[in-house]
Design a protein around this ligand. Structure first.
Ligand code: NAP
Length: 280
């Protein structure tokens, strides 16, 4: 059977990858926009990432998402890394160019900022200090997003203080590391609080954080999307703070990737959100 020239192929490379919502997400858009294409799970074992990436072009892939545990390692095997992805220290999207070369991007940065923009339109990074909890991979993407959006001060705190200090040193101003023991007081005067730790995830204890010092006008963002209402988001909403969960970030990071492979910048509709929510 001949494949029509307009048929586009993309996927998500990870290990394990069966739980990924990305095939459902991209499949929804392929159907919605009437495109000829497919988006498939690509289970690739640790240690086989380079071989898998080298095969993308030969297999006719337009590109793929990269998920755990390959987000950092995959950077080594692409021909070009986008400057934002370099700063974020990981890639989550690869685009195969016409000459077969691979370019790596990190769309978690876009996804985070865009989710706040769409769910809390009044939020402005430049309006005041932000507090970011956690110093892992997600925190790096959040820092890049907040810096690029003009946050004047970012207070970074992590359970292992040395990791926050190292990240603050790497990023420089406006990122400033504070001690984890100072986290309750660190909320004073901030306009945004972001939880990038795993605390509050299903199966994990809630984040140990007192919100008394948090201004009621501050926006609270939790990157966790299972459960949808984390204890932090529930506590924030109960005291009147606007609160944004992590599902929007997951949905929005997929948009520029889809655009680069399929040529359409897709929308996050209520229907799509409900479809993905039903799987969580
Ligand atoms: P990661 O690199 O493993 O980092 C985990 C972070 O959680 C570290 O800062 C770690 O602190 C902290 N942590 C772990 N246990 C803790 C505890 N008991 N108390 C306080 N802090 C603790 O993970 P990641 O990739 O950054 O992901 C972090 C979270 O973001 C996950 O919940 C993930 O699902 C979510 N996420 C969401 C999206 C989205 O699209 N919505 C995208 C990416 C990630 P230490 O350094 O002290 O261990």
């Amino acid at each position: 059977m001949n494949t029509p020239p307009t048929f586009r192929l993309a996927g998500v490379m990870g290990w394990p990858v069966a739980h990924s919502r990305s095939p459902l997400l991209h499949g929804h858009w392929i159907g919605q926009y009437g495109l000829a294409g497919a988006y498939v799970p690509l289970p690739v074992q640790p240690g086989r990432v380079e071989a898998a990436l080298r095969g993308l072009s030969a297999l006719g892939f337009a590109g793929c998402n990269i998920t755990l545990p390959h987000k950092v390692e995959a950077m080594r095997f692409v021909d070009h890394v986008d400057p934002r992805a370099k700063r974020a220290g990981a890639i989550n999207c690869i685009v195969v160019a016409a000459d077969g070369s691979l370019a790596g991007f990190n769309h978690d940065v876009f996804g985070f900022v865009e989710s706040l923009r769409s769910e809390a339109p009044a939020w402005r990074a430049a309006a005041g200090p932000a507090v970011v909890l956690g110093a892992g991979g997600a925190a790096r993407a959040v820092l890049v997003g907040l810096i690029d959006e003009g946050a004047p001060e970012i207070r970074l705190l992590n359970r292992t203080d040395s990791k926050a200090a190292a990240l603050a040193e790497e990023f420089g101003s406006p990122v400033r590391a504070l001690l984890w023991s100072e986290r309750h007081r660190a909320l004073e005067g901030c306009v945004l609080l972001v939880n990038t730790t795993t605390q509050g995830m299903q199966g994990h204890p809630p984040l140990d954080l007192e919100l008394d010092a948090l201004p009621r006008t501050a926006l609270v963002s939790d990157l966790i999307y299972v459960p949808r209402a984390t204890p932090l988001l529930a506590a924030a909403a109960a005291r009147g703070n606007a609160a944004v969960g992590g599902l929007g970030m997951l949905l929005h990071q997929a948009r520029p990737a889809f655009h680069s492979w399929f040529g359409v910048m897709p929308e996050v509709s209520a229907e799509l959100r409900a479809k993905i929510e039903a799987t969580l």
